[in-house]
Design a protein around this ligand. Structure first.
Ligand code: CUA
Length: 170
């Protein structure tokens, strides 16, 4: 069978590109341990509001002095709808949903995660001082566009820390 030179070049090009893609995926997954998160921390959506991890929502400080922001999403609001955290300080956000999938997005920052009923989503980040809008970026129903919250990031000197929890619930 005669294969034209140009066809041959394109076939080899495609083969090389595919090989690079598969190799880079293998290096990331096996070499660097990069995996999509799955089944890491589960929760019963029907009992989430009473769960020890989300009974006290908002900003708290654990026994080691680290800040946590615990948020529950539901149609069509975030609980709490307003939080204040200090600037330039790592805060670990833990989120869950009691009904459908929502998307927690702190606009113009890298703070963003899907919020899935049955699971606890988590990310840690820090912010410059300012007022940030939090939106929902997963369509969740007729009130989706109204599902918003506010995040106030104040200079550390203006921030009053919450009392430490006696025992870290996590
Ligand atoms: Cu919640 Cu869209």
């Amino acid at each position: 069978m005669n294969i034209d030179l140009y066809e041959r070049i394109w076939m080899w090009g495609v083969a090389v590109v595919l090989a690079v893609f598969f190799a880079s995926t293998a290096v990331a997954a096996l070499g660097h341990g990069i995996h999509p998160p799955s089944h890491i921390e589960t929760i019963d959506p029907a009992k989430a509001l009473g769960d020890a991890r989300f009974r006290k929502r908002g900003v708290s400080m654990d026994a080691s002095g680290r800040l946590h922001a615990r948020v529950v999403g539901l149609m069509f609001t975030w609980l709490p709808a307003e939080m204040t955290i200090p600037a330039d300080t790592p805060v670990t956000f833990q989120l869950t949903s009691i009904d459908v999938i929502h998307g927690y997005q702190i606009v113009r920052t890298n703070g963003q995660t899907m919020v899935v009923p049955g699971y606890v989503s988590q990310f840690t980040t820090q912010f410059e001082a300012g007022d940030y809008l939090v939106t929902c970026n997963e369509y969740c129903g007729v009130g989706h566009h109204t599902m918003a919250a506010k995040l106030h990031v104040v200079p550390q000197s203006q921030w009053r820390s919450p009392t430490r929890e006696v025992a870290d619930v996590r």
